[in-house]
Design a protein around this ligand. Structure first.
Ligand code: PRP
Length: 212
């Protein structure tokens, strides 16, 4: 059996749609359900739904052979896994955002206060661009940071831009474009080479067709 760890929510729905186009149909998946583990009709595949930041952990430990997770989480968690395919959905950008007036704080050499759910990505980015920062870890609604005066800027994901617009914030610097990725456990890839490569090849073909 091949086991998948999926990021709960939109990414899980998108990958299950793609897999159904490869005739892998999952039983009992309903949006309203609280069930966490599923099997495919043919019993060849098992799926579990995890918090996105935990998906690389399950794959690293070999509990799941394959994972589906955003590139943001891969960068932040920095686990010993292989990223094998850009799935093309879940597209967004990792950005430095804030009020327009915060542009000067980013360039005047002073220490920058940065609120973020992604402390590792933020730390690496500001180190690479030779700026000194104080990183403040938040767990959600990060846009509040500059709004209430906790931080000068935030490092966060921008998808539609709606959250920024509705709060009077803007993109000040773009760090990286992101999307959902297929990741695999390195040992499982060797042991279950044929089965895992069938999945990768099937998905690659579908994703390629979509992008054509
Ligand atoms: C994410 C992200 C931004 C927002 C961006 O938050 O952290 O806040 O979505 O999307 P937009 O550009 O389409 O507005 P999420 O909805 O995951 O909630 P959270 O803030 O509680 O983490």
């Amino acid at each position: 059996m091949i086991t998948f760890a999926l990021s709960k929510g939109r990414l899980a729905n998108s990958i299950l749609d793609l897999l159904s186009q490869m005739d892998i149909h999952v039983l009992d998946v309903h949006e309203s359900s609280r069930k966490l583990v599923f099997v495919s009709q043919d019993q060849k595949y098992r799926f579990f739904l995890a918090k996105p930041s935990d998906v690389p952990t399950y794959v690293d430990y070999g509990i799941a052979d394959i994972g589906v997770v955003g590139k943001d989480t891969i960068l932040e968690e920095n686990r010993d896994i292989s990223e094998v395919l850009d799935l093309g959905f879940g597209k967004c950008k990792m950005c430095v955002c804030g009020f327009s007036k915060a542009k000067s704080v980013l360039t005047n050499g002073e220490k920058i206060r940065v609120a973020t759910k992604y402390p590792n990505i933020a730390k690496t980015y500001f180190e690479l661009t030779n700026r000194s920062v104080e990183i403040i870890k938040l767990n959600g609604s990060v846009e509040l940071g500059p709004l209430v005066g906790l931080s000068d800027v935030i490092v966060d994901i921008v998808e539609s831009g709606k959250t920024l617009r509705e709060n009077g914030l803007e993109i000040l610097e773009e760090i990286e474009t992101l999307s959902a990725r297929l990741i695999v456990n390195n040992a499982c890839l060797k042991i279950k080479y044929k089965e895992i490569n069938e999945i990768i090849d099937g998905l690659e073909q579908l994703v390629g067709e979509k992008n054509d």
